[in-house]
Design a protein around this ligand. Structure first.
Ligand code: PEP
Ligand code: MN
Length: 341
């Protein structure tokens, strides 16, 4: 971290600043130029609040030279992390997986949807049993019975199950049911109590980007899980909130290569929540695939107009099968190594 000191600062003020920094256990390196003085702060600067420094009258600005995340940082862990989701499904490190299923678990149609998505090539089954709804009056999910239906379907089809956990008090129940991947929804992306609780398990976590979360903040959320001991984190771009109103969210496809650059964690693209409308979901899925996502998460419903949640963005099993064929072609065209002539 570097503090740029104003040219008007006196030697006495500079000495006071250095003493303040060193008093907190850091080393300093002062470099006096013609127009400005730089104070390099050496040590674990995650422990220092840059805003405190910046609020000091003699400090012009503060610049970080290393990211505040360590465990998720590719600099310290150059190889891709591969998350073992069970049932032989690995996410990251060059493989490609598709998570598909309904927004909510609704009952007997789950197994029908699961069979259809599996036949089309999906490798993981999704479905929400506990639903984070904007309105407390909207459908809240089947709860524990929903988890049981998911686990039955996953067992029958030999597919890992991905489902959202909203409350730290439910984590133990999810683990005891054998849930393969615990999803953290966008609305809980900075629920640090939940993130820490998930970090105390070894169950893979699919961490969705908060709707107003910067990429760095998303990585810091991953850091919360990892710092408690669980390295099995996958990051999910699911669209962010912008001024655009034609789509539910704005798919930040840039985030996929940026996250790959910054971290070694697998990156998942969710074109369903990113767009909000069935007619756009496939285009966004293709973009995410071409951008190098390690997996996609796509909502599929046997009868979208009757879905209990997110029907407007669900693909039918037929649309999903069509998308899967094109996704395979995109993977081959964009992601396969090209042999040098
Ligand atoms: C979901 O996956 O159904 C969901 C609620 O997603 P998000 O948290 O990204 O809105
Ligand atoms: Mn949904």
């Amino acid at each position: 971290m570097i503090a740029v000191v104003k040219s008007t600062a006196t030697t006495q003020q500079l000495d006071q600043l250095v003493a303040w920094i060193e008093g907190r256990g850091f080393k300093t390196n002062v470099s006096q130029g013609d127009n400005e003085t730089l104070v390099g702060i050496i040590g674990d600067t995650t422990q220092i609040d840059p805003f405190i420094l910046e609020s000091m009258d003699l400090v012009e600005r503060v610049q970080r030279v290393s990211e505040p995340f360590k465990l998720a940082n590719r600099k310290f862990h150059p190889e891709d992390t591969v998350v073992d989701c069970g049932h032989g499904v690995l996410v990251g490190g060059g493989s490609f997986q598709v998570i598909a299923g309904p927004c909510s678990v609704e009952g007997d149609n789950l197994i029908e949807i699961a069979r259809a998505v599996r036949a089309a090539g999906a490798t993981m089954l999704r479905g929400g049993a506990y639903k984070p709804r904007t309105s407390p009056y909207a459908y809240q999910g089947m709860g524990e019975r929903g988890l049981d239906l998911l686990m039955e379907a996953g067992g029958e089809l030999d597919m890992p199950v991905v489902t959202e956990v909203m409350d730290p008090r439910d984590v133990e129940l999810f683990v005891s049911k054998g849930v393969d991947v615990m999803q953290v929804g966008a609305r809980n992306a900075q629920n640090f109590t939940l993130l820490k609780e998930l970090g105390r398990t070894s169950t893979p976590v699919l961490l969705k980007r908060g709707m107003s979360q910067t990429i760095d903040e998303l990585v810091m959320s991953a850091e919360y899980v990892m710092s408690e001991g669980n390295p099995n984190v996958m990051l999910c771009e699911r669209g962010i909130r912008t001024f655009e109103t034609r789509t539910r969210n704005t798919f930040d496809v840039n985030a996929i290569p940026v996250l790959h650059h910054l971290t070694h964690l697998p990156v998942v693209g969710d074109p369903s929540h990113a767009t909000g409308y069935t007619r756009y979901v496939r285009s966004a899925a293709y973009a995410a695939t071409a951008a190098g996502a390690d997996a996609l998460e796509i909502e599929v419903h046997d009868c979208p107009s009757k879905a209990w949640s997110d029907g407007a963005q669900a693909l039918t099993p037929e649309q999903f099968a069509d998308a899967m064929r094109r996704i395979a072609l995109i993977r081959e065209a964009v992601c396969a190594p090209i042999e040098e002539a």
